[in-house]
Design a protein. Structure first.
Length: 168
């Protein structure tokens, strides 16, 4: 169902407000990666914790940039300077908020335009904001499942976790 310019702008505002709340939880999960465990992965087919953390934040910027530019481009390579979860979080804070602000400033005509996604799908820009949130939440859950085997505590995500709940 295509959205009008006004509907797309309204939905984008709601989606971005929700996304900004989710970012706080994402930051807490990334911050929980223990020092010295950045290369941990539970299986050979999995990304290591540090690469997964960077994938989450870089993908958010990728989706935001696609909406801003009206097209998607390859990229998202992890800079060599990123060695710790603190480095990922510093990159996240430096690179993602300006893109959020830029999307918030877009007119409804831009938010409602169709954008091709590498020939795999063609949808209104608003759909990619929703996809961005879903993608981040999915991979954040994946990363949170790495934490206990790495010796870390899992922060509360949608309420307390078994590690943050007060035991009676």
């Amino acid at each position: 169902m295509p959205f009008s310019h006004d509907e797309a702008k309204l939905i984008a505002g709601y989606t971005l407000a929700n996304y900004e709340r989710e970012r706080n939880t994402t930051k807490a999960v990334i911050a929980s990666i223990p020092a010295g465990q950045e290369e941990y992965k539970p299986h050979g087919n999995c990304m290591c914790a540090l690469k997964l953390a960077f994938h989450i934040v870089a993908s958010e910027r990728f989706f935001l940039d696609g909406v801003i530019n009206g097209k998607f481009a390859s990229g998202g390579e992890m800079p060599d300077t990123i060695k710790t979860s603190a480095d990922v979080l510093a990159w996240y804070e430096a690179n993602v908020p300006p893109a959020i602000d830029a999307v918030k400033a877009l007119p409804g005509e831009t938010i409602s335009q169709n954008i091709d996604f590498f020939g795999m799908m063609n949808a209104q820009a608003i759909a990619y904001l929703t996809l961005m949130v879903n993608h981040s939440v999915h991979h954040r859950g994946q990363l949170s499942a790495y934490l206990r085997p790495m010796g870390a505590k899992v922060p509360g995500i949608y309420g307390p976790s078994g590690d943050t709940e007060v035991k009676k």
